[in-house]
Design a protein around this ligand. Structure first.
Ligand code: GDP
Ligand code: MN
Length: 368
């Protein structure tokens, strides 16, 4: 689970990592009520990197300017994500920009600490072009990341004096955050020098999805659409896209290849839902209800390869929940015969060949 910058910064504050004072708004008018000191920095809250370059981060010298920028950024789309929230903070006068992160090194089976004096820019690019500018160490889970480890890392990054002391405090706190909150990534880029002190100007935190249940108090991203929330409640994985063709399949691989096939034949998926292995008639009924409720859906493609999932269970779900749009079913695998019989009795043909079925469903929405 990726946390938005403003939520990641709330966590930083809990761990005594210095961040700017800021407020989150959703409408440009809200700028008027703010008591923050100008100059201000306005930052689009989207879960993609490189917001600066994409025009999602702007400095404002006056409240009027802030209002104008807020109007421009809110509602803008950055790498396919619509900006619904804006973080406004008192702009920092930035000196040097450092990079600091903890991430999981799966090969070493440990957390890795990564630091660089070449912060503020794309760290992957630094790693490619000037790898010697990056200091790295892995953390022994039994020892933890001690102050002397932090001091070593800071020295290798070129820090000394009071900045090194700041670095030790920030780095050990960031490691504590990772361990206590089950973060698989915690990144500060830039970790900036402002008035002689280190300040976390940006914040990126990803919590291990498998551990989210252990942290009920963790700030949540409320990014789910109504239908996504409905699907989640039923343990179904559902994703929304922009087209007009709803897709249901079982298993992530089958669903992905179904999307590819549909796209290959010129169709545009509106969404897709994976009913998973061992889907029941009830799961299937709920799945159909969810995918066809999305506005703009004009046809439904059900692609099932029965394994643990039984074709007859799926067929019963389909027959019970006649979708209000054209439907194409491809059904094969466990209890296929029985599944086909159930569908046939209801006047529904089931395809065997997925490509043929994909072509048919695309034809349903493209023919006029
Ligand atoms: P990202 O582009 O999504 O990584 O967003 P960042 O929060 O890292 O901001 C990108 C860049 O905007 C930073 O590297 C800074 O150069 C600039 N920036 C962000 N906040 C401030 C600020 O408070 N003051 C100043 N002067 N620049 C800022
Ligand atoms: Mn950044």
């Amino acid at each position: 689970m990726k946390l938005h910058e403003y939520l990641a910064k709330e966590l930083f504050a809990q761990y005594a990592i210095p961040v700017q004072k800021g407020v989150v708004i959703e409408r440009p008018e809200q700028v008027d009520g703010l008591t923050l000191q100008c100059p201000l920095v306005l930052k689009a809250q989207v879960l993609v990197g490189g917001r600066g370059k994409a025009g999602g981060i702007k400095l404002a010298a006056t409240p009027g300017e802030a209002r104008t920028h807020a109007g421009a950024i809110l509602g803008m789309e950055i790498k396919g994500e619509k900006v619904r929230r804006l973080l406004i903070a008192e702009a920092a006068e930035i000196g040097a920009e450092y990079y600091l992160a903890f991430t999981i090194d799966r090969t070493a089976r440990r957390m890795a600490a990564i630091a660089s004096a070449a912060g503020g820019v794309d760290i992957e690019e630094v790693a490619r072009s000037t790898p010697d500018k990056i200091a790295r160490s892995t953390v022994d889970p039994f020892l933890g990341f001690q102050t002397y480890h932090a001091r070593q890392l800071g020295r290798r990054t070129g820090l000394g004096g009071s900045l090194l002391s700041d670095f030790v405090a920030v780095a050990t706190a960031l490691y504590r955050l990772c361990v206590s909150e089950d973060a698989e990534l915690a990144e500060i880029n830039p970790l900036a020098v402002v008035a002689g002190r280190l300040l976390a100007v940006d914040a990126k935190v990803i919590i291990d999805d498998s551990a989210v249940y252990r942290h009920p108090g963790l700030p949540k991203n409320e990014e789910l659409t109504e239908l996504e929330a409905m699907a989640k409640l039923d343990g179904l994985s559902y994703v929304e896209l922009d087209g007009d063709l709803a897709i249901i399949g079982n298993g992530a691989g089958l669903v992905m290849s179904t999307l590819d096939m549909v796209a290959h034949f010129g169709g545009r998926p509106a969404n897709f839902l994976d009913v998973g292995g061992g889907a029941t008639t009830e799961n299937m009924k709920q799945a159909i209800k969810i995918v066809v409720r999305k506005p703009g859906v004009r046809a439904l493609f059900v692609n099932i390869f029965g394994g643990i999932t039984r074709c007859d269970d799926i067929a019963r779900g389909i027959v019970d929940t006649r979708p209000p749009v054209g439907m194409v079913v491809r059904l094969t695998g466990t209890n296929e015969e029985e599944g086909r019989r159930i569908l046939q009795a209801a006047g529904i043909h089931a395809f065997l060949d997925p490509e043929e079925a994909a072509q048919r469903v695309v034809a349903l929405v493209t023919r006029r």
